[in-house]
Ligand binder design. Structure first.
Ligand SMILES: [Zn+2]
Ligand SMILES: [Zn+2]
Length: 146
């Protein structure tokens, strides 16, 4: 963990917060389309601070998640749980990615053949992720959102 900052391609949106050193690769088909190919590489950020809110275009992509892009340059910004403070920021926004490793790959059922797994990274299927998310949401909110 450590405070890191970053920004979108055009600079309209900045991000800052306490960033985990272990990042995640999401291979779900939504993320593949969202990022233009390959997984979404993202890190969990605690106490996420954003500037340029006017430029942020956020939309709900499921019953539980919200994705955001910069409305000016189109950069992938973050996804968040609609309830609670959990936020993952796209790794590519960060000014400094030193010391960060890909520790977990999720929705591996949808990983394309041309993208090899990261050595040592935890591998989770869609079913495993949905079960984990359901348990997490249950704990955070007391509701079942999945
Ligand atoms: Zn931008
Ligand atoms: Zn995904």
């Amino acid at each position: 963990m450590g405070v890191r900052s970053g920004h979108c391609l055009c600079g309209a949106v900045t991000v800052r917060g306490d960033v985990s050193d272990t990042a995640q690769a999401c291979h779900c088909q939504q993320c593949q389309r969202w990022t233009g190919g390959g997984p979404l590489f993202a890190v969990r950020v605690h106490d996420l601070e954003l500037t340029g809110e006017d430029a942020i275009h956020a939309y709900d992509h499921s019953n539980w998640g919200r994705r955001a892009v910069c409305g000016t340059c189109g950069s992938t910004l973050y996804w968040k749980l609609q309830t609670g403070p959990v936020a993952f920021v796209a790794l590519g926004l960060l000014d400094d990615q030193s010391g960060i490793t890909i520790a977990e790959e999720i929705f591996i059922d949808s990983r394309p053949d041309w993208f090899p797994p990261f050595a040592g990274a935890i591998q989770r299927t869609e079913a495993e992720m949905k079960a984990q998310l359901a348990a997490f949401l249950e704990k955070e909110t007391g509701h079942d959102h999945v």
